[in-house]
Design a protein around this ligand. Structure first.
Ligand SMILES: Nc1nc(O)c(N)c(N[C@@H]2O[C@H](COP(=O)(O)O)[C@@H](O)[C@H]2O)n1
Ligand SMILES: [Zn+2]
Length: 365
């Protein structure tokens, strides 16, 4: 890989990111057409049902695409989905070379796009900035491979591991800057899940708090449906809310919520696994768990959390009964601890964000 290829692929990733949070169930993809060392066309995939990144880049390059090199962060598709195959568009435009960031994990494409281009006599290079391409679409890759959305557990805790005081007060653990990062994270996710207790205790908004940014679907998991008549989550002009409950729960509140525009769905079983399967069917890529410790423990135990984002404030509040981010996992020994992989951390204002991935296959129901 040379520096030029690398910088063009990074440009593709920057373009792809313009559609952050807007492409589900599709990936984020960017493409750049280069003729004689100059960018003559670029594009990104804005969302499902719209043309792919390659098509926008080719349109912009027009006749200059002939004999050019196109960089694309994901293997060009070779199938009829919502849109026709990009391989045929590339062949038709007469490009000489295609530089691909990563092979598409989608079995409808996986390797077939590259094969088709090579058959047509086009030079194809694969794997430029592959790790960065994979990272950008980690949720898409997970969805394709496991037929479930990618789960992120996010929490804010004090240095002594508490998410609230013993009385349940939790506003605010982290500073403004860290809360801003959480708002961006919400804008990048398709749904954010809390349990009934969080609604009762914290009355959260769960929006991205930015005028231009999109909001995730706000999802409440509640068996009893014993929730307040008035909650910010019922203000659906701000963002859509879905309440998942069990069959026959609190019919009066169901009627009230429906009148307020909240979607209420009764599920046969209200487990994290069932909820993630429901959200998969809605086409979601990434789901943010912003719940309390009891639900977080269940979500981890059922393998519905892949990544953990822990915001840690340099504050100590103590309190024997003060809750912690993850409830009972049933572990007795330190050897049972779930050790995160690919851990990184950074400071955000006075706080610290530690991120890492649960070992793959974590599931001990
Ligand atoms: N290479 C590439 N560029 C894009 O811009 C894309 N959106 C994709 N997506 C791949 O094609 C599938 C979706 O196809 P339709 O949008 O339904 O036609 C998606 O699952 C990816 O495999 N690829
Ligand atoms: Zn395509």
């Amino acid at each position: 890989m040379n520096d030029f290829d690398s910088s063009m692929m990074r440009r593709c990733l920057d373009l792809a990111r313009k559609a952050l949070g807007k492409t589900a169930p599709n990936p984020m993809v960017g493409a750049v057409v280069v003729q004689n060392g100059q960018i003559v066309g670029q594009g990104y995939h804005p969302g499902a049902g719209q043309p792919h990144a390659e098509v926008f880049a080719l349109r912009e390059a027009d006749h200059l695409a002939r004999g050019a090199t196109i960089y694309v962060s994901l293997e060009p598709c070779n199938h009829y989905g919502r849109t026709p195959p990009c391989t045929e568009a590339l062949i038709g435009a007469g490009v000489a070379k295609v530089v691909v960031g990563m092979v598409d994990p989608n079995p409808l494409v996986s390797g077939k796009g590259i094969e088709r281009l090579r058959e047509a006599g086009i030079e194809v290079v694969v794997g430029v900035e592959e790790e960065a391409c994979r990272q950008l679409n980690e949720a898409f890759v997970h969805r394709i491979l496991y037929k479930r959305p990618f789960g992120i557990l996010k929490y804010a805790m004090t240095l002594d591991g508490k998410i609230a005081t013993s009385s349940g007060h939790s506003s605010w653990i982290t500073d403004l800057a860290a809360r801003g990062v959480v708002h961006q994270l919400r804008a990048a996710c398709d749904a954010v899940i809390v349990g009934g207790n969080t609604v009762r205790l914290d009355n959260p908004h769960l929006t991205s708090h930015q005028v231009e940014a999109r909001n995730p679907l706000r999802v409440v998991m509640t068996r009893s449906l014993e929730l307040p008549d008035n909650a910010y989550l019922w203000e659906t002009e701000a963002a859509a809310t879905l309440v998942l409950t069990q069959v026959g729960a609190n019919p009066d509140l169901q009627k009230l919520l429906l009148r307020k525009g909240v979607n209420v769905v009764e599920l046969d079983s209200l487990t994290p696994t069932r909820v993630m399967s429901y959200l998969y069917d809605l086409g979601f890529l990434s789901v943010l768990w912003e719940c309390g410790g009891v639900l977080a423990a269940k979500a981890i135990a059922e393998g519905t959390v892949q990544k953990v984002m822990a915001f840690i404030a340099p504050k100590i509040i103590g309190g024997d009964g003060a809750p912690s981010p993850v409830g009972n996992l049933g572990f007795q020994k330190m050897t049972q601890a779930l050790t995160l992989e690919r851990v990184s951390w950074r400071t955000i204002g006075p706080d610290c964000l530690m991120e890492g991935y649960l070992p793959s296959g974590t599931n001990f129901r």
